[in-house]
Design a protein around this ligand. Structure first.
Ligand code: SAM
Length: 304
């Protein structure tokens, strides 16, 4: 694995000094990203959502919006060629980077040694699928990631479930998915991702990012979503029981809850009974209910 040569000109990283480096640090631009990709023979794939950020200002914007404390351990999903990783290392105490692509995961430590020699020991790289990972080398307090778009929602939900130490975060996702994650009851984009995310956290849209800051450029805009963890609703129903009601209600989104929940409840009459116990109008649709209302419905069945 080759480390870039410090003598190679303006796109090369600064010469390692072994000392802490004060002041603004260089981030990866289009030239560095293409060079790193060439060095390891990476051709970005759609399947893994590989669109790499080639714009330092976008990285600075993401890191600023993440509001990291310098003492934090950050979980980054999909570090890719390291664009965001370098920005996160500058802002936090430690970065745990989970990457599914073995070639990218293998290259990352060398990239960090080349561009941030004084921070190389602050990085852990975990070669794993972020939708399955359940153990990390350090307890992360924040999730900051430019997520692979096709699996963004399951990744966020999986990590919030398995890593209770995650207190807040900022993720870049497809803009439409950002709207869904942050949607409030009653809005057109409100659905399963919005309600399940609300079980763990409060989510807020934090901006839109254009297509030209990526290589290769995607065909759609991206959105930033920031979140803060909160306690899940107090209930005797389990999370799985609550999520089962949510899935049933949105599987037939246009139907009234009485009809949509019939299969889940064991019949329309039972559904109506649970809805009445929960204080929810059986003629309403799932899209108007908040997470508390879904919790009350699950509880009504669990206690019956
Ligand atoms: N963070 C880099 C950046 O901003 O330039 C790359 C972001 S790119 C949108 C998504 C990254 O996630 C890729 O590096 C890809 O290989 C990785 N990835 C895709 N699916 C993954 C998964 N299930 N678990 C972990 N990483 C994944």
């Amino acid at each position: 694995m080759s480390v870039p040569d410090p003598q190679r000109g303006p796109s090369s990283p600064p010469q390692p000094t072994g000392e802490s480096a004060p002041g603004p640090q260089p981030l990866l631009g289009a030239t560095e990203i293409r060079r790193l990709a060439n060095e390891i023979g990476v051709r970005p794939t759609k399947t893994l959502g590989q669109n790499f950020v080639i714009d330092g200002n976008t990285i600075r914007r993401i890191v600023a919006a993440a509001r990291l404390d310098p003492s934090e351990t950050v979980l980054e999903v999909g570090p890719g060629l390291g664009s965001l990783t370098l920005g996160l290392l500058d802002a936090a105490a430690r970065v745990v980077a989970v990457e599914i692509d073995p070639v990218l995961a293998g290259k990352l430590p060398a990239t960090v040694r080349a561009f941030r020699p004084h921070l190389a020991d602050s990085l852990d790289v975990v070669l794993s699928d972020a939708m399955r990972v359940t153990e990390l080398p350090a307890e992360p307090t924040a999730l900051v990631a430019n997520l692979p778009y096709n699996v963004a929602v399951p990744v966020v939900l999986h990590l919030l479930e398995h890593f209770p130490s995650l207190q807040h975060g900022l993720v870049m996702v497809q803009d439409e998915v950002a709207d869904r994650l942050a949607a409030a009851p009653g809005s057109k984009t409100y659905g399963v991702p919005s309600v399940k995310a609300a079980w763990y956290s409060s989510m807020r849209k934090a901006g839109v990012i254009g297509m030209n800051v990526f290589w290769p450029a995607p065909k759609i805009s991206s959105g930033l979503v920031s979140f803060t963890r909160r306690e899940p609703p107090q209930t005797s129903a389990s999370r799985e029981q609550v999520f089962a009601v949510i899935d049933a209600a949105f599987a037939q989104r246009r139907k009234t809850l009485r009809a949509a929940l019939a299969g889940w409840a064991g019949g329309a009459v039972e559904a109506e009974r649970y809805l009445a116990t929960a204080g929810v109008d059986p003629r309403a649709r799932g899209e108007v209910l908040d997470i508390i209302a879904f919790t009350r419905i699950a509880e009504a069945k669990a206690l019956s």
